[in-house]
Design a protein. Structure first.
Length: 157
């Protein structure tokens, strides 16, 4: 990457984090947004082309945190962030019910964006943040193809 592009990305990332710090969010919401921001930049640095953040499907519960392209695969990404944990890891919060909601939202997105026939997958980015609120000192794990639509029994969402 050329030096100018590296500096530009760094400036944009710093500005984005500054906006988050000034936002009037609860500590839990702020932690979640910081996690999404860290995941967004991590995925971009690993070649993802990000196309959507916080996609809220019409008439359905929840949202998809991030949507991006990994080559020619459309990827729906759920980001889970916790402050230093004891035994529970953030990715365990993506249970079957959450998976069903993500699958339904992804179906709607794929139809709306005319990508119904495009290969797709579901990833989870799990983030454990250090004890301070600065967002530094995070441990990030990217689980590619974390679950599949076919893995869940059919059920209306």
């Amino acid at each position: 990457m050329r030096p100018f592009h590296r500096l530009w990305r760094k400036a944009v990332r710093r500005a984005s984090n500054a906006v988050l710090r000034r936002s009037n969010l609860s500590p839990a919401a702020l932690l979640g947004r910081q996690g999404e921001e860290a995941a967004y930049w991590h995925l971009r640095e690993h070649g993802f082309v990000m196309v959507e953040r916080n996609y809220r499907p019409q008439g359905l519960r929840g949202e998809i945190d991030l949507i991006g392209w990994d080559g020619d695969i459309l990827v729906f990404i759920e980001v889970k962030t916790l402050r230093t944990t004891g035994t529970r890891m953030p990715e365990t919060a993506v249970d079957r019910e959450k998976q069903r909601h993500l699958i339904a939202a992804a179906r709607q997105y794929r139809t709306r964006s005319k990508h119904s026939a495009t290969p797709y997958r579901f990833d989870i980015v799990s983030i454990v943040s250090g004890p301070d609120a600065s967002g530094s000192g995070i441990e990030l794990h990217h689980y590619r193809d974390a679950f599949r639509e076919a893995d869940l029994p059919s059920q209306n969402v």
